[in-house]
Design a protein. Structure first.
Length: 145
């Protein structure tokens, strides 16, 4: 399907509408781009949402791990430790409530949008291999001079 509209210089611009997947349309959250694209700490892999975070304070009370949660699917995922200071303002009963809540939630791997991190890792490995080979060839070339 295509659509045409007039541009600023009296020329007609034709726009092709293609495969929604290729255009970044997410069938889970029915949005383009996927809502996960704007969530730095990830989203629930089931619904592509999150309901904020809770802190899990360590037994010594000297630090905390932070977990994003999805209330609907009772999922959670860690996104860091001692990044946020909000745990310091929590009362002991709040800390215990967070601990009990997380015990009931299933740990999952968050969804980070349509970015394929595995492909990025493979690409980086290929780049590193090519770079290493180029450096080796350069060293060999300088030794032969």
């Amino acid at each position: 399907m295509s659509d045409a509209f007039d541009g600023n210089d009296d020329e007609t611009l034709s726009v092709e509408w293609g495969d929604p997947k290729l255009m970044g349309f997410c069938s889970v959250c029915n949005a383009m781009p996927c809502k996960a694209e704007h969530e730095h700490w990830g989203v629930c892999p089931i619904c592509h949402r999150n309901d904020g975070y809770v802190n899990l304070v360590n037994n010594e009370g000297t630090g905390a791990s932070h977990y994003m949660v999805c209330e609907t699917h009772k999922t959670c995922w860690a996104f860091g430790a001692n990044l946020l200071s909000s745990w310091m303002d929590e009362a002991p009963d709040e800390r215990e409530a967070s601990r009990k809540k997380l015990e009931q939630y299933r740990r999952v791997k968050p969804f980070h949008g349509l970015i394929d991190f595995a492909a990025d890792d493979r690409n980086q490995q290929e780049i590193d291999a090519v770079t290493a080979e180029a450096v080796e060839l350069e060293i060999r070339g300088s030794l032969n001079r």
